[in-house]
Ligand binder design. Sequence first.
Ligand code: SF4
Ligand code: SF4
Ligand code: FES
Length: 274
Amino acid sequence: MTTATATPPPTAGKAMRTVHFRIKRCDGPGKPSRWESFNVPIPANSNVISCLQWIAANPTTADGKATTPVVWESSCLEEVCGACTMVINGKVRQSCSCLIDEYAPNDGDTVTLEPMSKFPVIRDLWVDRTRMFAALKRVKAWVPIDGTYSLGAGPMEGPRASETRYKLSECMTCGCCMEACPQYHLQADPAGWETSFIGAAPISQARLFNDHGTGKQLKSERLEALMGPGGINDCGNAQNCVQVCPKEIPLTESIGAIGRAATVEAFRRFFMAK
Ligand code: SF4
Ligand code: SF4
Ligand code: FES
């Protein structure tokens, strides 16, 4: 969580212009939200995070009122951790890689910042992403090796499978695919997480680990989790998820692959039960 950094955007030798920021603010979970505006001097090559840092160091609204520094979350600052995801001018994306020159190229342009709407707001632009990590636990998104002794090298993987799985492994649990999904709804109470739609990213992670030579040991359990309430059948195939994924992960391909695997698993269970 970042609250204040006193470093304004770099200015040396660069023309400054002013960009107007409209920011949706909220003082804490369950508190009402409000809008505040800030005029930020912008040098070339600024990103949204550097502007938030300037606002944190100069917490005065555009109409001259003193306010609290805006709160957001960030970590890697290179589109790897997913923590800084927010809705910028109506589009969900990472704020660290969002260049102001692209979003607001002219003096006086406006940039609107809102927290994601599918996750509970902790404060201002900072949301609680715990539900996504709970979903990864729900589909057992790991390779089971705990408690074993050294068994030597694992199964070999061909280059094609490796290439496919590498792409899937780039997921940074940022939440963009959930924010854009019409089937995924805000669910603040953990009691509802097990039965509400799980979202595209955990489905894709189940595919990543089901296709792993050792990870496939848990394939049946992963599919069981995805065949129940809130699983693969709740996907409406709207394909919004794949369009917003910043890592260009083939989410609809993963949803299709898991859907087919779930069908095979259902037949397997039916005949095994006889
Ligand atoms: S295909 Fe549509 S309904 Fe399914 S996860 Fe993606 S956005 Fe959501
Ligand atoms: S699949 Fe893409 S959009 Fe969804 S959480 Fe992973 S990186 Fe983000
Ligand atoms: S700070 Fe990590 S993705 Fe932006």
